[in-house]
Structures are given as C-alpha cells and as structure tokens.
Design a protein around this ligand. Sequence first.
Ligand code: IMP
Ligand code: MG
Length: 181
Amino acid sequence: MPNRKHHRRLVLSPERINQRVSELAAELEASLDDSEPVFLGILKGSFIFLSDLVRAMNRRVQVDFIRLASYGTSTNSSGSITMHKPPEMDLKDRIVVVVEDIVDTGLTLRWLVDHLADYHPRRVLLCSLIDKPERREAPVEIDFVGFRIPDGFLVGYGLDYNEQYRELPGVYTLEFDEGSS
Ligand code: IMP
Ligand code: MG
C-alpha cells in the first residue's frame, strides 16, 4: 500500500507507557506460579513492549518469538494468517504469555490461540499493550491489556505504518489528510 499523506498526534507518552508496563508486570506476577513462564512475542510489533515488560518482572522468565503474517493492507489485517517463524522452544507443559502489540479485529490472536494448542502448553495467557475492542470480529479473551483505545491507526513503541515509526518512544495516532492516496 502506498504511503498516504498524514500527520501524527501523541496519544500515549513514554511516561504513561512506562507506568502502565510496571502495573502490567505486577498483574502478571500475581497470576503466575513458581514455574518459569515463556514470554512469546509476536514479531515485529511487540519487540519494544516485550523488552520493557520482561525487565519490569521481578522473576526469571524465558523469551521466544514467533512471526505471523496476515494478508491484508498496511492498515487492515485479513483472516488468512500463516506462521512464518514458529516458536523455537518446547512449549509443552509451559505457561506461555503471548505478548502482542495491538489487538484490532482479533483475527490474528484468535488464529494463534487455536494453533498454540498443537504445542500442548499448560496454560496460555494473552497480554497486549493496546486493545481496540470496538473493532473486534473474532472473539478473543485478552487477559492483560495495557490501554483500550477505541479506534484510529496507531504507530510508535514498536507499532508501524509501512515499517515506519517503530522507534518512537510514545504512541501516536495517524491522521490521514483528506483526498491523499
Ligand atoms: P488483528 O488481526 O486485526 O487483531 O490485527 C492485529 C495486527 O494488526 C497487530 O498485531 C498489528 O500488527 C496490526 N495492527 C492492527 N492495528 C494496528 C494499528 O493501529 N497500528 C499498527 N498496526 C496495527
Ligand atoms: Mg503485530
């Protein structure tokens, strides 16, 4: 999809994100047992959130990544999803904390939860920095949500628009200019 003309508006400052990530880490700790969980990041969008989240945890954790691809436009996912990089660890009998950047239609996470069952984890917990519940098409229970944001296309803190803006320390909404293509 070609880049449309746009500008950015700040919606989550780095300070606000940092505060909420600490709270999420505490919420997660409270619902884990003594076993070492696997934090399973979904590439690429979750890489910054995951690295802040594991550093906010007061316990030993392990980290793995998967890469999913969904065929759609740069601002909309579609239902057809494939796993481009499977987990490298053995997830059997492990507690798996799936770390996602943003849940929009829910199609990606719904697909993943169904497919993770093949790896026979003991328990799967879902953690997403951002949830856009109003856009949901597939039912999915997210156990830990950083922020609920109704709508808009978001970038920064790992989130991209055509691979741009992942490096921004805050989260911004993109406002597309009228008539641009
Ligand atoms: P879903 O399958 O519609 O829930 O979409 C999930 C994926 O789409 C996320 O993992 C993101 O990679 C991408 N996505 C959805 N909304 C946004 C957004 O506002 N900004 C950037 N990426 C998004
Ligand atoms: Mg993603």
